[in-house]
Design a protein around this ligand. Structure first.
Ligand SMILES: Cc1cc2nc3c(=O)[nH]c(=O)nc-3n(C[C@H](O)[C@H](O)[C@H](O)COP(=O)(O)OP(=O)(O)OC[C@H]3O[C@@H](n4cnc5c(N)ncnc54)[C@H](O)[C@@H]3O)c2cc1C
Length: 588
């Protein structure tokens, strides 16, 4: 009952399925341990792609040229050396294919938004058209006349010749502690969360913040009041969680967030999960100002995340969402040339990407985007959702620390690309939007960010465990509040165990069984229906296995062929990574 109550107190409770506790658990949710397992599997390839290929390790963005469109940010600037970004000012340091002289040579499809007709002519189901890399002289860049394509979820970075921007090496500018804090950061985070306040009426494009100071009256003032109320509720919720963990948080409007629709919850989770990832990185790679050394800061993690399971839950949710987008994009990337100016490297990059997306494709579906924007007020929310996300990408120009702005912009672009792939790529439609190189780089690097955050959070949890065990053995009786994040699938009466241990999966099964158990007062009819339901789900699971078998076999063949190729050309051979998974009731 405790965990039930807790799950009602906030949208993303630690024991709750990431999206909707009842309706979509089997198709759209994976357990925390499944995601950890996937992450352990995929992480080496992802790190390899984002660190060792030119295509994915250089990003071009307009880092300094855009003013904050919402307020005067002159006072919120970070002067610490750690806030600085090393841009690649010397042309020699940029891969040849992206140097200005090469971009200047480009002709043809770089000019102009492709428009519907041109997209149709280019043919269906090839969103990338090989446009970014078939040949430098042909077209490594696609340029848009207007700021956004109507299906963009964020303001895209422009890589075309003549556009303003700098190249940065993402490897040389790691996301970590910078010391950027105070009123400036508060203002930015507040503005970002304000975008979460959906109203019944749709907002006009980029309107919810407005460019002027806060209004005193009229519709905008009403909205502001709602925002303040919402923010106040958030603070009250946090206070409540501290004082009375695991009890429902009741406001005048009832249990918090209980009645929110899927789309609004998803929006909040994406933003909050991104915030969690940023906090995790700054705590993991923290500057000890006494010793001058960089390393994990456990207290920083405890203050920001350990006591807030919903924040960590949102991080896992984002992993599922972005990984699903990358997996969905996989087949489209087969025709894509990863143009970096060196055909040999381009081929290797492609193989690495194919290996990653094929591996991810073998895993069970972890997020089901087809459930969004379909029921209730869902369809009418899509444009609002998109505009709000674009606004968040504009707010990133108000971040007063260059390095934070770099990673903030990259990650919003990455989530924007993921949302575009999930909600605008319709396999049954011929009209599929295009992706720029910057969007692809942002997408893969955002996944890599979340992936390293998951790893860091697991390591931090283990550190907390060790610290508590040490304290206990010294005789201090440590009282751990229930709301502190435990491995998510642990039964309430079982001891806290390291999520990396094998028996974690057993807890997961027990939890699944517990969820499916009938209430004590169940009638015979309930039991019969429950049995029939189980038989139905098991049959579906078995049939689905048979149907998917040829695809899986094909994926295995592709993977094996790619390993053989790696062996043949003398590359390090990627490990085999498919598992025969034990079915659990969640997947049935
Ligand atoms: C876009 C952006 C990028 C940044 N990148 C970096 C960076 O790379 N390195 C660096 O050192 N600093 C970075 N910062 C600053 C950093 O995020 C913090 O703002 C700063 O460390 C001050 O932290 P704080 O303790 O005041 O809480 P903040 O992290 O600023 O949080 C403000 C409030 O938001 C709420 N909150 C916190 N986390 C969550 C969550 N996950 N979900 C929901 N609500 C939450 C809490 O109420 C909290 O009090 C960045 C800031 C921004 C806006």
């Amino acid at each position: 009952t405790d965990s039930k109550a807790a799950s009602k107190s906030q949208p993303p409770g630690p024991d709750v399925c990431a999206i909707s506790p009842k309706a979509i658990v089997s198709d759209a949710c994976a357990s925390y341990s499944t995601l950890d397992e996937l992450n352990r599997d995929l992480r080496p390839s992802l790190v390899d792609i984002t660190r060792n290929t030119d295509f994915f390790s250089y990003y071009r963005l307009n880092l300094f040229g855009k003013e904050c469109p919402f307020w005067n940010d002159a006072n919120g600037m970070c002067g610490n050396i750690a806030c600085a970004v090393n841009t690649l000012d010397n042309e020699e340091d940029i891969p040849p294919v992206w140097r200005a002289e090469e971009l200047g040579k480009l002709e043809g499809p770089k000019a102009g938004h492709p428009g519907k007709r041109l997209q149709e002519e280019r043919g269906p189901k090839k969103p990338l058209q090989g446009m970014l890399g078939e040949d430098v002289g042909e077209s490594c860049v696609v340029e848009y006349d207007d700021e956004c394509d109507e299906r963009d979820y964020c303001v895209p970075e422009d890589e075309s010749a003549g556009s303003k921007g700098d190249y940065v090496s993402l490897v040389d500018n790691p996301e970590r502690f910078t010391g950027y804090a105070g009123e400036g950061t508060k203002q930015v985070w507040d503005a970002i969360y304000r975008e979460n306040c959906f109203s019944k009426a749709s907002f006009p494009k980029s309107a919810s913040l407005g460019t002027s100071a806060f209004p005193q009256r009229g519709p905008a003032a009403n909205e502001l009041q709602n925002v303040m109320r919402e923010h106040g509720r958030q603070l009250a919720l946090e206070e409540h969680q501290k004082r009375q963990p695991n009890t429902p948080f009741v406001t005048e409007s009832g249990l918090e967030h209980e009645d929110e629709c899927l789309e609004k919850r998803v929006f909040y989770r994406v933003v909050s999960g991104m915030h969690t990832s940023i906090s995790t990185h700054l705590c993991w790679d923290y500057l000890n100002q006494t010793t001058g050394e960089w390393g994990p800061n456990l207290q920083c993690y405890k203050d920001r995340l350990h006591g807030f399971p919903d924040r960590v839950s949102n991080l896992y949710f984002n992993y599922a969402l972005v990984l699903r987008a990358v997996t969905k994009l996989g087949p489209y990337l087969k025709d894509y040339t990863f143009c970096s100016g060196d055909p040999w490297q381009d081929r290797i990059t492609k193989q690495k990407v194919q290996a990653l997306t094929s591996k991810a494709g073998i895993a069970p579906q972890i997020f089901d985007e087809s459930l969004m924007f379909v029921n209730g007020e869902g369809p009418s929310l899509k444009e609002d959702f998109r505009n709000r996300f674009r606004n968040i990408s504009r707010i990133m120009d108000c971040v007063g620390c260059d390095k934070c702005r770099l990673w903030g912009k990259l990650q919003t672009a990455g989530y924007g690309a993921a949302l575009k792939v999930l909600f605008e790529f319709d396999n049954n439609s011929d009209d599929i939007p295009m992706l720029k190189r910057t969007e692809l780089v942002a997408l893969f690097n955002t996944l890599a960010r979340i992936s390293s955050s998951l790893e860091a959070v697991n390591s931090f949890r283990i550190m907390v465990e060790k610290e508590e065990t040490a304290e206990e053995s010294e005789g201090h009786h440590h009282i751990m509040p229930n709301r502190i994040l435990k491995p998510h699938n642990v039964m309430p009466d079982k001891p806290f165990t390291n999520p990396l241990e094998d028996d974690y999966v057993d807890h997961e099964r027990e939890e699944a069984l517990r969820r499916n158990r009938l209430p004590e007062n169940a009638t015979l009819t309930d039991e019969i229906y429950s049995e029939l339901d189980l038989i139905w789900r098991v049959s579906k699971y078995v049939i689905r296995g048979w149907v998917q078998f040829p695809v899986k076999l094909w994926q295995i063949l592709i993977l094996e062929a790619s390993r053989l190729w790696e062996f043949y050309v003398g590359l390090p051979i990627s490990p085999r990574s498919w598992h025969i998974k034990r079915p659990n009731l969640d997947e049935l």
